[in-house]
Design a protein around this ligand. Structure first.
Ligand code: HEM
Length: 275
């Protein structure tokens, strides 16, 4: 695969850049792309988990809208706006690479070099669109139309994967990791686009509360939070299980992950229902 990936001018250029940094140079020359991509996937997944908890915290402030608005005013500065945009990078990378892994594992798509290039091209286009929308900030879109299309795409993607994966011999959590991943591709990519179309959509308590009181949005948020927390929880477990041998420590950490995700689900769902 490494050979196939180096046939354009881009790969040698990226490798020459990496070779300037001792740690990256070691990996660029000894481990090649699949290793770097799987590390990128892991780091991006863990970054998204960190963001997810911060996001649940800020959304919990919506129960007292004045606190939420005060928090948003505090965060309304160029540094935070840049970080909000920069989140599109791990988000696009993890989502598209997760989609590639699902196609590879379940649908036996083996043209990895073509898939990786498309992943990079689509990821860059997505990141630029999010950047453009953040600067433009004035785009209006119908909430129901946007989310109906996004939820429909998510349902179709997850049903296709469910159909393919359910009969396999993998563990149920492993299968659910792929099904929830497929569901989240349109949902999380759509979520970020939607939030950047107009500043008020994602930062003004009145606008957010009005949207979240819509029964259709409540249902979509309910399913999303369960899928997201399961996916993130099983993801953290997979990372831990790679470093800790089966035994009491792994069991205790697994229980801790389950408890943290269950508490987050409880508060998340309570918030969605109460608003
Ligand atoms: C948006 C669509 C997403 C897709 C298609 C996706 C797909 C995947 C897949 C296929 C895996 C398994 C990788 C493997 O076993 O090698 C995975 C792992 C993981 N995902 Fe996602 N994911 C998505 C979103 C998210 C989100 C939003 C989060 C965090 C809130 C997240 C966190 C993780 C973590 C922590 C792992 C474990 C990484 C590892 O084992 O190295 N994912 N994802």
């Amino acid at each position: 695969m490494e050979k196939a990936l180096r046939i354009t001018k881009i790969e040698p250029y990226i490798i020459s850049l990496m070779e300037r940094f001792p740690i990256l140079s070691y990996y660029a020359t000894t481990r090649a792309w699949p290793f770097l991509i799987s590390w990128g996937h892991r780091l991006a997944g863990l970054t998204l988990v960190g963001y997810m908890f911060a996001h649940i915290y800020t959304l919990s402030l919506l129960s007292t809208p004045a606190d939420f608005d005060a928090d948003m005013r505090l965060l309304h500065n160029p540094v935070f706006s840049f970080l909000e945009w920069a989140l599109a990078i791990p988000l696009a990378f993890h989502s598209l690479n997760g989609g590639r892994l699902i196609l590879y594992e379940l649908f036996h798509v083996r043209e990895d070099e073509i898939m990786i290039r498309w992943m990079v091209i689509l990821g860059l286009i997505y990141i630029l669109i999010v950047g453009f929308l953040s600067i433009e900030e004035g785009t209006q879109v119908s909430v129901n139309v946007f989310w109906s299309i996004t939820v429909a795409m998510s349902l179709i993607a997850s049903l296709i994967v469910f159909n393919k994966v359910w009969g396999t011999r993998n563990s149920i959590p492993w299968k659910l990791q792929r099904i929830t991943g497929a569901y989240m591709i349109p949902m999380v990519l759509g979520h970020m686009l939607f939030m950047h179309m107009n500043y008020l959509t994602g930062h003004d308590s009145k606008t957010i509360l009005l949207r979240m009181q819509n029964p259709f949005i409540k249902g979509a948020d309910f399913v999303f939070i369960i899928f997201l927390l399961f996916h993130a929880g099983y993801g953290i477990f997979s990372v831990i299980a790679d470093y800790i041998r089966p035994g009491p420590l792994l069991k205790s950490l697994t229980c801790l992950v389950v408890i943290v995700m269950a508490i987050s689900a409880y508060y998340g769902i309570r918030l969605i229902m109460a608003l």
